[in-house]
Design a protein around this ligand. Sequence first.
Ligand code: PLP
Length: 427
Amino acid sequence: MDFKDTDVSHARELDARDELASYRDEFVIDDPNLIYLDGNSLGRLPKRTVDFMRNAIEHEWGVRLIRGWNEGWIDMPTELGAKIARLVGAQADEILVTEGTSINLFKLAAAALKARPDRTGVVSDVLNFPSDLYILQGLIELMGKKHHLNLIPSADGISIADEVVDAAIDSKTALVSLTHVAFKSAFMYDMARVTEHAHKAGALMLWDLSHSVGAVPVDLNACNADLAVGCTYKYLNGGPGSPAFLYVRRDLQAQLSQPMWGWFAAEDPFAFDLEFKPANDISRYRVGACPILAMKAVEPAVELLLEATMERIRAKSVQQTEYLIFLADQWLTPLGFILGTPRQAEMRGSHVSLRHPEGYRISRALIESPPPAVQVIPDFRPPDNIRLGITPLYTTFCEIHQALDRMRAIVEGKIYEQYSSERLTVT
Ligand SMILES: *Cc1c(COP(=O)(O)O)cnc(C)c1O
């Protein structure tokens, strides 16, 4: 992709040609001085979610009371799952919205290890989100330390080569558990290739889609993926701490067994039997009553993405990450920044990490500089990554231009020196 020049007029032209431009209006954006490139730890609030939630609280809860369970609440994990299924290439009955990503990973990884009792290898990688690794470590400890966690190395801290992945998987591997798009570098695996390799070795494959769903097209069925989990508060704009989802391929649903035998995982929860008999479908992966209100907030946001289509979202995301990298090459590389993200679009998700030794103070300056300076919210990921998230439904080319121009000014003018290097709790 070729960009003409670094002038703002070019950014304006790109915005004028943007097919998805009208979607920005679907979001609550009330501070014209704020550029939100949080990448993407918490998506923006869709306007339609506000009315939807008002109705859920005032009418469904306030008026319908306990009757609400029979008027749709009980089926929300599967009904909403069916909508998310369309974003990730799964069947309607293969996705369940429930709990958090870490908990779902625990349930599915445990089910996978139980299904491969003769194997002791668990494969993940050093780019993975630490929570995923902690969950695997805790599970191994709980299962009597018979398993060994093998982390695939990364030569450059950004990506992992095919042959390195392949070498880590062997006939002892029970489970390969990887995050499709890496949280720091945005490196994206070839899901079909890795899944096929894991299957050839006889292992089960579990994908974490937290930074993929709503950001890049995913086709779980076409890849023949066994298991997956994912987050809804990032690119699905479901709100802070919104419940996560899990995927179990249909033919595996009744074969595998997850370890948390709550009443909603039972064949008939309202029979109140004293002995657990699991459901034979995706409900087997439920646990207890679900957070209805939190789940409600996910629905209108998912519908927005379905309307916009993942194809168009991906096309704009690639164009915007390319544009961001183009500006970074021109303006920021001479100032000591290095690109912490793959250059090839097909190996990259929807965020870009720019690394600088003063990354933390630069990100504080971006967030905290008082007006008239434009405020930019990125994420900071140690040791030196400023992570800029592109959300094609509301990110504009002009915002990318302004944000990178601001980064340039902060470093050129040494403005970051006015900010403390002491870390805040949430970065
Ligand atoms: C965001 C994220 C999570 C979050 O897990 P929670 O249990 O929802 O806190 C897990 N894994 C990955 C890869 C993530 O990006």
